[in-house]
Every structure is written in structure tokens, then in C-alpha cells.
Design a protein around this ligand. Sequence first.
Ligand code: ZN
Length: 142
Amino acid sequence: MNWEGPFQLRDLLENSTTENYPWPPADKGVYLVSLESWDTAPTKACIPLYAGGNTGKSDRFCTRIEDLVADMVGFYDGGTGHHSGGQKLWEYCNKHVVKPLDLFLGWDADITCPRCDEIELYEALKPELNQKRPPQCSEHQG
Ligand SMILES: [Zn+2]
């Protein structure tokens, strides 16, 4: 795995138009939201909160991050949310008096299989807000 970030969400959004600033790729990635930063790869010390990825073969990694960010800062109401993990993060932030933009987001796009890597990430970190293991990969053992 080869992680990009983590970025404090505030900094990532602040730099959305900054040339050459890292940005989530279109497809094939896994991401992690954590309470604390990390060095080269996330460990349990960063207090992992939520991990996810884009399932299937769609080019929806970057737009899944968009859904995540929109919901984790509370842009959902009336059952219109797009991302259950984002909503859990919003609830977490309210409960623990944490500002969503203070959380850290990193991603790894250097992966072989999005599903297998998501499972591996989940097993390694058991993020607090992931209630269950990602479904088994349909192409590989796991
Ligand atoms: Zn797989």
C-alpha cells in the first residue's frame, strides 16, 4: 500500500484548486478518516474512525469521497444523505465535540483490488465507526 496524506480535511478543501495538490483519484482506492494524523501508513494510534472504498468497477472513488465529506459536515437532512459513514462521522463529531474539518483523511490508490484492500484495511485497523466487515470479494478469496 502507498498512502497519500493524511490531510486535515480543512487543508484538503482549502487547496481544492491548488495546482499539483494531491486529490483523490477517479477510481480504485481505499480511504481512511481518523482523529489523529499518521506518518507513512495509518495504525491504530491515529484513532481510525471510518474506512471505505469504491466497490465494483465504477469510476466512483473521488465521488464517494465527495459523498463522504458532504455528509460528514452535515449536508444531509430529511433522509437525503448519500453516505452512511459520513453520517456516522457527523454524529461522532457532535457527540465528542470534534469539528469535522479537524479530522484527517488519507487514501491509497496504489492497490490491486479495491474490495480486498478495503477488507485488509478494516481487519488491520477495525475503525470505530465501521460496524461490520466489508462483504467478501467476489473475485478473490477473503
Ligand atoms: Zn479482491
